[in-house]
Design a protein around this ligand. Structure first.
Ligand code: ZN
Length: 318
């Protein structure tokens, strides 16, 4: 099967002369699909990329239908959830005390919102409930269909083929999506054209400048080879955003340690501790209350910019 996955060699998208250094090589740990992939770093600008990489036509092989993010965002349509009185009272307190920064949003009043990589539509659904007019773009037909069934306009296909919207957007978000794009700068430019003057962009990406990345290397849970084609640090992300027409304004380091535990799980599984390793690998899916218990340590690491993921806000450049 791997013989049919065509790979391409690409140069640094920031237009630097070809001068790369080897960073690491690794495989698909999420689905155990075949192939070994290399991450290189451009010596001129520091941007890391997976190279060579599957082409736009062949990458679908690495997105099986059970690809985690497609499943995790399904909205359960079981009617309004009943919340007890005490839980209702505690909710704002908990929200104030624990800010995980995962889907941090700039303080804007509701307007037109586009989510790139909206998966099955859970975030769109939540934002629509807060008064936003929402639209989505989703690479997976199956996930896009689930989001469309919720009643939202969703373009099924890659960002590259999405048609121009009828009206520009006030806010564009992409949770863990930029690192999947074959042409992140072209994608950002396209989004910039679709944004109102002064519009905001909120993105989350793994932080390849973090302690987690340096510590775990090819065993890093958030590495997702070969699905992740780019591996940003705060500085290289700023350069890519600028080339795409956006000015980086804020970086929020996420306050979650589930990735760190899952990476530890990969290491343990490799050393023969299969059951314990698998338990830790599954941790991000089941963490629940543990996110709260680990919050103080996650907060501390995030204060130094060392957790595995970051959420950024950028503004359309004048
Ligand atoms: Zn470069």
């Amino acid at each position: 099967m791997i013989d049919s996955v065509h790979l391409e060699d690409v140069s640094c998208p920031l237009g630097c002369p070809k001068n790369d250094e080897f960073v690491l090589s690794g495989r698909d740990l999420l689905h155990d699909l075949p192939g070994t992939f290399t991450i290189v770093k451009c010596r001129t600008c520091g941007l890391m990329r997976t190279n060579p990489r599957p082409t736009q036509e062949t990458i679908g092989f690495y997105y099986p239908d059970d690809y985690g993010p497609y499943l995790g965002t399904r909205v359960q349509q079981t009617g309004p959830k009943q919340t007890s009185g005490i839980k209702k009272l505690l909710k704002p307190v908990v929200k104030r005390l624990f800010n995980f920064n995962t889907e941090a949003l700039p303080p804007l009043s509701p307007g037109r919102l586009l989510e790139v990589g909206c998966a099955s539509g859970a975030f769109l659904h939540r934002m629509a409930g807060q008064g936003w007019q929402v639209e989505g773009i989703e690479f997976s037909d199956k996930a896009a269909l689930a989001a469309t069934r919720l009643g939202y306009y969703v373009h099924a296909g890659p960002l590259e083929t999405a048609p121009e919207p009828r009206q520009p957007f006030d806010l564009i978000v992409g949770w863990m999506v930029l690192e999947h794009l074959h042409d992140p700068i072209g994608g950002l430019q396209k989004l910039c054209e679709w944004a109102k003057p002064g519009a905001c962009l909120a993105l989350s990406v793994p932080n390849a400048g973090s302690l987690e990345f340096r510590l775990f290397k090819e065993k890093l849970y958030a590495l997702h080879l070969p699905n992740h084609l780019y591996h940003f640090t705060p500085e290289t992300l700023r350069q890519v955003l600028e080339a795409g027409g956006w000015a980086l304004e804020n970086i929020h380091h996420q306050r979650l340690l589930s990735n760190l535990l899952a990476s530890t799980g990969y290491v343990l599984r490799d050393r023969g501790y299969t059951r314990l390793g698998q338990k830790l690998i599954d941790f991000p899916k089941r963490a629940g209350k543990w996110h709260f218990a680990l919050y103080p340590l996650a907060w501390l690491l995030s204060a130094f910019g060392q957790t595995g993921r970051m959420t950024i806000w950028a503004r359309k450049q004048a």
